[in-house]
Design a protein around this ligand. Structure first.
Ligand code: NAD
Length: 812
């Protein structure tokens, strides 16, 4: 027999076993007698009930982990509260040293953490060693830097207090780092809860906190299931909840915290598109898909789980993929040549398999490499969990699917890729955005012009161009829409853990009639007369919707009387339908978001110019309820707000990050879209424009419910907008009852952010609870009633934008 050639040898050569030893990690478990309590106030506290933490690769028990009850959560919050003032008072540079020490210690123990994570979660050691742990280390280093710079870079800000942090099981240590590092850098203390399936690296991290001398109570770790998470969420001593997990639980947390004043950030699920254009490097796209959907067994919130490929190359790409998945090595996670390990537990396995089998029943073609599970016991057999050594699942392609299929709509959270085709870039964008989620997207094309044209049109917090699943502490990460709100990492991630102290923030004063305000109101059928003397001309104010005046759907008008009983005007009363029309008009005015910042600034300056020109009339009208001096002041301040917003329009720029990769990351400040505003009551013009003007400057379209007490401002703003080239739909005004209209806006699916600066506690609770259905960003109860508007324009700009990070690696 002739000797095999080198290519033949390379083709037939198999991998030898290359297992990493679990011994150091098991030794640490043994030090704790494989039984853990909670880490509270720098001490290990024995837990009462315990449950097993299991290695999903072989079903063996690793340790007993404690289930916290209300008493343990209480003790953890108290320890964090006790530690917080001194931790904040330590100052940024002092905290920087602790964060630096944590980074160094994590690095020193990198091997133990990697092995422990692999044992506990089932993910390949290659990934824990090369991705999870190094990125966690980098997060602590990066935030040591932020702590050092905090006083200079965030002057006028302070820590929130005690932060409750809850994470899922897919990146246990990395999620811990994403949560704890920024919270500590800003001077907060933490009550942290890992997922019940994967608590071990968090417990090992608790030991690390002791090792580096972190002050007791700064980091507290309580373990257990969702009930523990819920107790943290409900605890009144907690100032903020930072949650990563499923959209379903995120929504429940939004409801539970509604109106509590607790800050909230939600990093939720995703169903991210992976778009391949016909000019893409198809081999690179295949490797990108391996990184995207088969990394961490597909249990990645931002996994590119929907392949959208341009029709002309679809057959070639699918054939390449079918060949490639046959080479993915599924096996012992501790073996260094394993590509895919085990899913996290039996429940997750059943869930993934259920999705695949239902897709098959719906008519999909399922492709799984024959023999993919040979190494783990299931070769040739049907895919049965009990026939396998552990929770292994093969890389899976799901072809011949429609957008309506369950498997295309739902987050599967497993190694499962659906395949769909498109013809044009516009169709690709439409398909990509056809999901309730908005976490991430990948775009593969050799044309940088095409890729950078498509990236901003994708509704996603992160876009990777010719790359997938790249992360760095300097670059914010987070979603749009039902993928949640808030960012982790970067400058924007820090803002989640700080509050501005300048100005009278936070409190809501009791409402009451302002001097000269509307004393009484009576609802009549349409039409009224404004008492402006003998020559009064009948005037029927309307709403302002889509650049046109609109009559109220219900035909109801509120007559306004002065304190002396004289009639001073009338305003229409809006209802649900009026709000829906206004939101539709705002949604359709999307071109405003694409208009240049310079162009938007011109319009805002023009509004200011015309307001000055129309001053006499505006002062006369507002003066009827405010008094002349206050009306003059309103106009002056309003002009100032318009000028400030115009000035910022082209200056609230994004940033270019240079993470450790050959390339750049463009952090783009994108408008939220449609913003709803329940305008401040006492300052009807200036208060409204202090918020609406910066929102419009950033490219948002706003639907405003003007002041209930001084609603005549609405007609004046209508004239102003009409005479100032403001495109129809950018500013929409619907007068009426803030409660009823606010409820409709808070629940509306096309409203992306909801602002109610002077919401009462009851309103704040209701509005935030209603916002949970669509998980919109809320900003409520932050302005006191009565005075001029104190809100800092920069704060409004931040609320009016969300950061999209576009990763652009280059070179070879
Ligand atoms: P999950 O929502 O079931 O659990 C997440 C965490 O919340 C766990 O610690 C759990 O114990 C806790 N929890 C459960 N019920 C709770 C409640 N009522 N109140 C408070 N806490 C509660 O999610 P999971 O199945 O563990 O994780 C998978 C999900 O996480 C996926 O949807 C995935 O997309 C998402 N995820 C998102 C990101 C991101 O950054 N956007 C990152 C990783 C994972």
């Amino acid at each position: 027999m002739p000797a095999p050639t080198i290519p033949e040898l390379l083709d037939t050569m198999d991998y030898g076993p290359s297992p990493e030893s679990p011994k150091p990690a098991l030794a640490w478990l043994d030090e704790h007698q494989r039984r853990f309590g909670h880490f509270i106030g720098g001490q290990w506290c024995p837990g009462s009930g315990h449950f097993a933490s299991v290695n999903p690769a072989d079903g063996s028990e690793l340790a007993q982990v404690a289930q916290a009850g209300a008493a343990e959560v209480e003790a953890a919050v108290q320890a964090a509260q006790a530690a917080q003032p001194a931790w904040a008072a330590l100052g940024g540079p002092g905290r920087a040293r602790h964060l630096y020490a944590l980074a160094r210690a994590l690095q020193r123990h990198a091997r133990v953490f990697s092995v422990l994570e692999t044992l506990d979660n089932g993910k390949p050691f290659r990934e824990t060693r090369d991705v999870d742990v190094p990125l966690a280390v980098r997060h602590f280093y990066h935030h040591a830097g932020w702590a050092q710079l905090l006083d200079a870079e965030f002057a006028g800000h302070e820590a929130l207090g005690v932060v409750g942090q809850i994470v899922p099981w897919n990146f246990p240590l990395l999620m811990l780092a994403w949560k704890i590092a920024p919270a500590l850098a800003c001077g907060n203390t933490v009550v942290f809860k890992p997922a019940e399936q994967t608590s071990l690296t968090a417990l090992r991290f608790a030991d690390l906190c002791r090792e580096v001398g972190l002050p007791p109570g700064v980091v507290n770790v309580v373990t257990g299931d969702g009930a523990v998470g819920q107790a943290i969420v409900d605890h009144p001593g907690i100032a903020k909840i930072a949650f990563t997990g499923s959209t379903e639980v995120g929504r429940a947390i939004r409801r539970a915290t509604a109106g509590s004043g607790k800050r909230l950030s939600l990093e939720l699920g995703g169903k991210s598109p992976f778009i391949v254009f016909h000019d893409a490097d198809l081999d690179a796209a295949v490797e990108g898909l391996v990184e995207s959907i088969w990394f961490n067994q597909g249990q990645v919130c931002c996994a590119g789980s929907r392949l959208l490929v341009q029709e002309g190359v679809a057959a070639r790409l699918t054939a390449k993929l079918e060949r490639r998945i046959a080479q993915i090595r599924v096996g012992d996670p501790l073996d260094k040549s394993t590509d895919m390990g085990a899913l996290v537990d039996r429940t997750q396995w059943q869930r993934v398999h259920g999705y695949v089998e239902r897709a098959r029943a719906e008519g999909a073609r399922i492709v799984q490499a024959p023999g993919a599970l040979a190494a783990v016991g299931g070769a040739g057999a049907s895919l049965e969990l009990d026939a396998l050594k552990g929770c292994y699942y093969p890389p899976t392609l799901v072809c011949d699917v429609e957008s309506s299929f369950e498997i295309v709509r739902d987050e599967v959270f497993g190694p499962v890729l659906t395949v769909q085709t498109f013809r044009t870039p516009a169709e690709a964008v439409e398909l990509a955005n056809n999901t309730a989620y908005g976490l991430a997207a990948c775009v593969y094309s050799e044309s940088v012009s095409l890729a950078l044209d498509v990236a901003p049109r994708l509704k996603a917090g992160v876009v990777w161009i010719n790359a997938a699943n790249l992360f760095d502490a300097a670059c914010g990460f987070g979603g749009y829409r039902e993928s949640g709100f808030g960012r982790e990492g970067g400058r924007e991630g820090l803002r989640e853990y700080l509050r501005r102290v300048a100005g009278p923030a936070g409190q809501t004063a009791a409402t009451g009639a302002a001097p000269g305000g509307v004393a009484q109101a009576a609802a009549t059928r349409e039409g009224s007369s404004v008492a402006t003397g003998a020559a009064a001309i009948d005037r029927s104010p309307k709403f302002y919707v889509g650049g046109k005046q609109a009559r109220p759907d219900g035909g109801t008008t509120r007559v306004l009387q002065s304190t002396d009983g004289s009639v001073i005007g009338s305003v229409p009363e809006g209802n649900r339908k009026d709000i829906r029309n206004a939101v539709e008009a705002a949604r359709s005015a999307e071109a405003w978001s694409r208009q240049s910042a310079h162009g938007r600034a011109q319009v805002l300056y023009y509004l200011a110019e015309n307001l000055d020109a129309q001053r006499a009339r505006v002062v006369q009208v507002l003066g009827t309820t405010l008094g002349e001096a206050a009306a003059q002041a309103e106009v002056d301040q309003a002009i100032g707000h318009l000028f400030t917003a115009a000035a910022w329009a082209d200056k609230h720029d994004g940033a270019v990050h240079q993470p450790p990769l050959h390339g750049v990351v463009l952090a783009l400040n994108e408008p939220m879209g449609v913003i709803a505003l329940i305008a401040p009551d006492a300052s009807p013009l200036a208060g409204l424009l202090a918020l609406a003007a910066p929102a419009m400057a950033m490219g948002n379209r706003v639907v405003v419910v003007p002041s209930r007490r001084h609603p005549l401002v609405s007609a004046e703003l209508t004239v102003l907008a009409d005479t100032s080239d403001l495109p129809g739909g950018v500013l929409n005004l619907v007068t009426g009852d803030a409660d009823a209209l606010g409820d409709t806006l808070a629940a509306h699916s096309e409203v992306m952010a909801f602002w109610a600066p002077q919401a009462t506690p009851a309103q704040a609770a209701r509005f935030e609870a209603l916002s949970a259905a669509t998980l919109k960003r809320t900003w409520v109860a932050f302005e006191a009633d009565g005075g001029p508007c104190h809100t800092d324009a920069r704060e409004v700009l931040e609320q009016a934008t969300q950061v999209k990070n576009v990763w652009v690696p280059y070179g070879t």
